[in-house]
Design a protein around this ligand. Sequence first.
Ligand code: ZN
Length: 166
Amino acid sequence: MGIREVREIGDEILTKQCKDVPKMTFRTKILIEDMLDTMYEKNGVGLAAPQVGVLKKIVVIDVGEGPIVLINPEIIEASGEQTGEEGCLSVPGKWGIVTRPERVKIRALNQDMEPFEMEGEGLLARAFCHEIDHLFGELYVDKTEDGLHDTAYEAYEEKDGEETEE
Ligand code: ZN
């Protein structure tokens, strides 16, 4: 178990193309465990390997329905459209409006390197797109409709003086 440092926007590794995972190794198993720990620690719904500095095609996701691990994932079908807020652990304190498909079907390998397919709707479809984009060096900040906004965190900070006990 371990929490890894999350790379932030401006770090070149986030712009690079990831490599396929050819076989499962002990090292890769540890990486996946650490990615899950890091995602939960930071309250994220997804994390891609380049965000912890590893250029491998590995994604972890949990939209509140349990952990999903995707190795070498690809989108094989997409339909519909959803427009909504998106954030990223590599772009702390910001959010933006991004349009994504409403339904997405992916194909990937599980941790035993067995192929499977999975369909996602709504938030899960958004997470599939966002995390798979990371594997190709793409960040949501380049897909926003009207740029980045600050999260409510800053407004909360302004009240700090009055509520230091909390
Ligand atoms: Zn992200």
